[in-house]
Design a protein around this ligand. Structure first.
Ligand SMILES: Cc1ncc(COP(=O)(O)O)c(C=O)c1O
Length: 429
């Protein structure tokens, strides 16, 4: 007898990053989406304050994107990129690299996690290709999130994502300290003034391990999943200088910050700091198709192009690639809205249990104090649940309410989000 899936049986789907039993008792299902809203199966509208998972930057069901994806699937559903190619992948690579001066190649992936692992592998292979094969150590940062592959998990610094897999993670990885100190930078609007010197923590690791063992440092320019940690002014510039001094590659993980989130194409443009490699995913395809790309600065690719011409240069790649579409004018829109967004989210200062508010571009984190003797997501989860009941979707990371709406959001919708979250926070004890 063949087993049949029951339409209302929620058990077979082991949900990722979710409290499965809790969710399945009172599911929050999303059936449709258009522009700024999701709809539940019962037809209730939910304002999307998170752009899905920081990824639907151009808003939902964008007609141009839907049509392009439909047409492309009908025209060419799949073609491999191993030793053959299809024109659109080359066309897109040319368009992507033309968005950021100084970067000449992209390596395609299907997710942020794969972009991170790809960037780490390219960094290691590059050091070897230029005669620096002793540089095998990778450095991440505390509170970093770089996806869930073994590479990304190892350089990541969120304890819940690491502790179970302990010794199975990559060898030789170390971490610099994170940039958040609420005593010094709580309630900063945009970039905190204090903390550029925290980049010097890399010097501590150089002194401990020696630069000749270190291949690369990876950081999120703005740490997203740990609750929106904005880099102090001058921090990223200083990190770049220290990497240059020691021949260490700098990798930005731009899976969240890429494609307009900060009101610029990428964080590298926003901060004026050029990493050697930067990862992207999410907004690259507006999340319609799983896709990512690693951008490589001029010279990285060339270092691999020295052996016999008929040889595969780097034995790395994924079966799938995709057909994304870019929307115009949205980055500028995000930049224009950022000051309004900043003032709106900071209006929640002074509400009960709010111990910090952080923002940059169209991102914000509102941190609540933890409940005594409760799990460290207790108030954050309550906020997510109550906001959903009131028709607004926010995320939580620990006790931080995280928001990153689609870049098409209107001022009225920003007000709706802030009013709802304000009401919600008032009811959370
Ligand atoms: C900075 C960063 N890197 C990597 C990832 C992993 O991306 P994915 O879930 O597509 O594998 C994420 C996901 O949120 C992210 O925020």
């Amino acid at each position: 007898m063949t087993a049949q899936a029951l339409p209302n049986d929620l058990e077979p789907f082991w949900m990722p990053f979710t409290a499965n039993r809790h969710f399945k008792k009172a599911p929050r299902l999303l059936a449709e989406a258009k522009d700024m809203h999701y709809s539940t199966p019962e037809g209730r509208k939910i304002l999307d304050a998170t752009a899905g998972l920081w990824c639907v930057n151009a808003g939902h069901g964008r007609e141009k994107i839907v049509k392009a994806v439909q047409a492309q699937v009908a025209k060419l559903d799949f073609a491999p990129s191993f030793n053959v190619g299809h024109p659109i992948a080359f066309e897109l690579a040319a368009r992507l690299t033309s968005m950021v001066p100084g970067y000449s190649q992209v390596f395609y992936t299907n997710s942020g996690s794969e972009s991170v692992d790809t960037a780490l592998k390219i960094a290691l292979a590059y050091q070897r290709a230029i005669g620096q094969g002793t540089r095998t150590r990778l450095i991440g940062r505390e509170r970093g999130y770089h996806g869930v592959g073994f590479g990304g998990m190892s350089v990541g610094g969120m304890v819940a994502n690491r502790k179970i897999w302990g010794p199975s993670m990559l060898n030789g990885v170390d971490h610099i300290r994170h940039t958040h100190d609420p005593e010094k930078n709580a309630f900063s609007k945009g970039q905190p003034e204090w903390g550029a010197h925290l980049a010097d923590d890399l010097e501590r690791l150089v002194a401990l391990h020696d630069a000749s063992t270190i291949a690369a440092v990876i950081v999120e320019p703005v740490a997203g999943s740990t609750g929106v940690l904005v880099p102090p002014k001058g921090y990223l510039q200083r990190l770049r200088q220290i990497c240059d001094k020691h021949g260490i590659l700098l990798i930005f993980d731009e899976v969240i910050t890429g494609f307009g989130r900060l009101g610029a194409s990428f964080a590298t443009e926003y901060f004026g700091v050029k990493p050697d490699l930067f990862t992207t995913a999410k907004g690259i395809s507006n999340a319609t198709i799983p896709m990512g790309a690693v951008f490589c600065r001029k010279g990285i690719y060339d270092a691999f192009m020295n052996g016999p011409e008929g040889m595969i240069e780097v034995f790395h790649g994924y079966t799938y690639s995709a057909h994304p579409v870019a929307e115009e004018g949205l980055f500028e829109r995000a930049a224009e809205l950022s000051p309004y967004w900043q003032e709106a989210v900071h209006s929640m200062k002074g509400l009960p249990n709010v111990i910090d508010i952080r923002n940059l571009g169209l991102t914000a984190g509102i941190e609540l104090s933890p409940r005594p003797n409760a799990p460290p997501t207790s108030r954050g989860m309550d906020a997510h649940l109550k906001a959903f009941e009131k028709g607004v979707m926010v995320r939580f990371s620990g006790e931080t309410i995280c928001m990153s709406p689609p870049l098409i959001i209107s001022k009225g919708q920003i007000d709706q989000i802030v009013d709802t979250v304000t009401d919600v926070i008032k009811t959370i004890h």
